[in-house]
Design a protein around this ligand. Structure first.
Ligand code: ZN
Ligand code: ZN
Length: 348
């Protein structure tokens, strides 16, 4: 079968021929119906060096996956051949207290996981391929019957990550609250829909690209602002001088983090999701009183089920651009150049 593999750190991935995987006991092989291309894949290609992570190349890219069960190993009881499934991407040990809650992103015994701190497409073979080996049926979530794997694939990260970020701050998203979403790309355009579908808060989207702001309005943002040195002032003006109750930063640069902290209302939440690598000083007086600054990482398996539920009811939808496996390298080039509207999804 064909697979897009990262063969070395600091290199472009290559489409190569590899053997089709065979499921061992408890394992499942799925036929890929869609694999989302994520910004973090670009970081994997360009920014890491040997030793930075407990794993490394070669492996097949793709950690946002959905498809159909192709074959199952001995002892698999929860899924059968032909079932449509989404893959829960973060693979933990399955038995620590966090994993038992379905929060395998934060597994506290990572050296007992299939790979420490990784998963399919993150050290182990992912879904930018024709087939993918799933080490345990525990990592599969059945798809609602009206959700195609192509549509579901980006929901497993580009949907789940913003869902988790929004859900953490639900208590601050009352009917009179304002939520600012910085970065209306692959994750941000989902965050806007998730806030609108699950709360009555007002959403202001901020981005530097006109096409992203147009998409933000299309998916339900109440207002949009171009990202510049006036944005914070404008957010204050639009909120009677108070600032935003919740700011979700899907970029994470020094500039956007500064903007996020300055735009936050007292008692507000600033949530850093994007991994642009920026930092800001954080001290008692560096922001309004009782503003919380928090990070967030991916999401839990129960949350993935909630995301799929929202999508199957038509309440959220991942905009996507479809690429063939032969054009997978192009999908990443377009992503790097900021040319993709919504999420790039690779279909073998
Ligand atoms: Zn990702
Ligand atoms: Zn664990």
């Amino acid at each position: 079968m064909r697979a897009l593999r990262l063969l070395n750190w600091k290199s472009e991935p290559e489409l190569v021929e590899v053997p089709k995987p065979v499921p061992g006991p408890g394992q499942v092989v799925i036929r890929i119906g869609g694999a989302g291309a994520c910004h973090s894949d670009l970081h994997l290609m360009h920014d890491f060096t040997a030793g930075a992570l407990p794993w490394g190349p070669p492996f097949t890219l793709g950690h946002e996956n959905a498809g159909w069960v192709d074959s199952v190993g001995a002892g698999v009881t929860q899924v059968k051949e032909g079932d449509a499934v989404a893959v829960y991407g973060p693979w933990g040990c399955g038995v620590c207290s966090r994993c038992r809650l379905g929060i395998e992103t934060l597994c506290e015994n990572p050296f007992a996981a299939p790979i420490p701190g990784g998963g399919g497409g993150l050290g182990l073979d992912g879904g930018v391929a024709e087939y993918m080996l799933i080490p345990s049926e525990r990592f599969l979530v059945p798809l609602p019957s009206n959700l195609d794997p192509l549509v579901a694939a980006p929901l497993t990260d580009a949907g789940l990550t913003p869902y988790h970020a929004v859900r953490r701050s639900w208590s601050k998203m009352g009917p009179e609250a304002t939520v600012v979403v910085i970065g209306a790309g692959g994750l941000g355009h989902m965050a806007i829909q998730i806030v609108k579908a699950t709360t009555a808060a007002r959403v202001i989207a901020v981005d530097s690209k006109a096409s992203a702001l147009a998409l933000a309005l299309e998916v339900g943002a109440d207002d949009t602002l171009e990202s510049n040195d006036q944005t914070t002032v404008q957010i204050k003006e639009m909120t009677a001088g108070h600032g935003a109750d919740v700011v979700l930063d899907f970029v994470g640069s020094e500039q956007t983090l500064k903007m996020a902290l300055a735009a936050a209302r007292t008692l507000g939440d600033v949530t850093l999701v994007g991994i642009a690598g920026g930092s800001v000083p954080f001290s008692f007086f560096s922001q309004g009183y009782e503003v919380s600054l928090q990070t967030t990482y991916w999401g839990s398996k129960p949350e993935l089920e909630e995301v799929l539920n929202l999508a199957s009811r038509g309440l959220i939808r991942a905009e996507h651009t479809r690429y063939s496996l032969a054009d997978a390298a192009e999908a990443y080039a377009d992503l790097a150049a900021g040319r993709v509207v919504g999420r790039a999804v690779i279909v073998p």
